[in-house]
Unconditional design. Structure first.
Length: 275
């Protein structure tokens, strides 16, 4: 009888409580020790992503061009279960992107979750847009998402599971003008997501789009959020509070955890109810 009971016993794995500030938000046991790659992770939404995954006990690697900000972030999170690992690269250079992913893979292991966050929403007029600036905008806002997903797919196929989260934007849904290359690229992200979800689905890999609204990052506040913008946000959002980077990061946690195991090819909008 004892032998039978032993054969039926489930293995016990200790899960360290995740480190969340008050008020407490969800802890995802499946994220503990999971390898997560974040692109554009040094500042803004990307830094919130790195921090939130680190608080869950994940093994986080991130890529960015801003080495100073990345070093500060790593130092701040050094007491995490796993200190985040940084690799510097210009993501518009696909060779450099591949090399950075290989470097991080060597540090944290095969990639189980990819958060394609890096982007640049620099405003630009139609008349000032050239073939060269069009290509540059697509490279920084769309192209690297595909090639990062292509790179980590082998890791996920070998594991029989994985999650890819592509960051989109509500800008094109709101018919926002003043940055046509950016809005076109962000609209295309949702087509990319649905295509990859179909091709990767048989391997247990999920692909979703996380669609932020107007997030109050330091960059947005410094460059574009004035009284007129605040009034526009107040009119557009249903919820009367600023949308913050952590609001976006918490949805990314869910989409990367096993709790969202049957979510794929979908758009998850976090915008305070604007669209």
């Amino acid at each position: 009888m004892d032998r039978l009971l032993a054969s039926l016993a489930f293995p016990i794995r200790y899960i360290e409580p995740c480190r969340q500030p008050m008020p407490a938000f969800a802890c995802y046991p499946s994220l503990q020790d999971r390898t997560v790659l974040v692109t554009g992770g040094a500042t803004g939404i990307g830094a919130a992503l790195v921090e939130q995954f680190a608080r869950q006990g994940a093994r986080v690697g991130f890529i960015d061009i801003d080495e100073s900000a990345a070093a500060s972030l790593v130092a701040r999170l050094d007491n995490s279960r796993h200190s985040p690992v940084f690799s510097a690269a210009d993501l518009t250079d696909i060779g450099a992107l591949d090399a950075a992913i290989a470097s991080l893979r060597g540090e944290i292991g095969p990639i189980a979750a990819l958060i394609n966050n890096a982007a640049n929403d620099q405003r630009h007029a139609i008349d000032a847009t050239t073939p060269e600036s069009w290509d540059a905008g697509m490279a920084v806002n769309l192209k690297h998402q595909f090639f990062a997903a292509k790179n980590v797919a082998a890791d996920m196929k070998a594991a029989g599971a994985g999650s890819i989260v592509n960051l989109g934007s509500v800008s094109w849904m709101l018919k926002q003008g003043g940055m046509p290359v950016y809005t076109t690229a962000k609209a295309a992200v949702q087509g990319l997501t649905r295509s990859l979800a179909r091709d990767f689905g048989p391997f247990g890999i999920r692909v979703n789009t996380l669609v932020p609204g107007w997030v109050m990052t330091d960059r947005q506040l410094r460059l574009w959020v004035d009284d007129r913008a605040r009034a526009e946000i107040a009119r557009g959002q249903c919820l009367a509070r600023p949308l913050m980077p952590d609001d976006i990061a918490r949805m990314a946690l869910f989409l990367s955890a096993d709790d969202s195991a049957m979510c794929t090819a979908q758009d998850f909008v976090v915008d305070g109810g604007w669209v």
